[in-house]
Write a new protein. Structure first.
Length: 129
């Protein structure tokens, strides 16, 4: 599943669209240079733990980094904080910029590519039950 834009939706592995699980009060500047009135990482982490996620991490990626198609053994809900990235899942690629969110259930094949300035996102992780 992939989240695109500010609207809280994701693409399920089945191809249908559904509601996103995070509630993030982000206001992003028009040029995406910074977020304003954004929640802190501590707020994000607390919300993730309240929702049953086991951990929340800050992930930073260098400029131009690419990860070939892979999977994770955990569910992930994330929000892009800086830079830009492209997430490809089921043949669909989405560009994600600050304030955009994405969710991936465990085991979903996907690829990642990061922009010329790299990217940073906060991610909540949960092992499947």
């Amino acid at each position: 599943m992939i989240v695109m834009g500010r609207s809280p939706v994701f693409l399920m592995p089945s191809g249908r669209w559904g509601p996103f699980t995070l509630s993030l009060p982000f206001a992003v500047s028009p040029d995406h240079s910074h977020t304003m009135n954004a929640m802190t990482f501590d707020d994000f982490q607390a919300q993730a733990l309240d929702r049953g996620f086991e951990e929340a991490l800050v992930r930073r990626w260098p400029p131009g980094a690419e990860l070939e198609t892979h999977t994770h053994p955990f569910d992930a809900d994330a929000v892009v904080i800086e830079g830009e990235m492209w997430l490809t899942c089921e043949g669909k690629t989405r560009r994600l910029t600050p304030g955009d969110t994405f969710a991936l259930p465990h085991g979903v094949p996907h690829a990642e590519r990061y922009g010329p300035n790299g990217a940073m996102y906060w991610v909540a992780r949960r092992n499947p039950r």
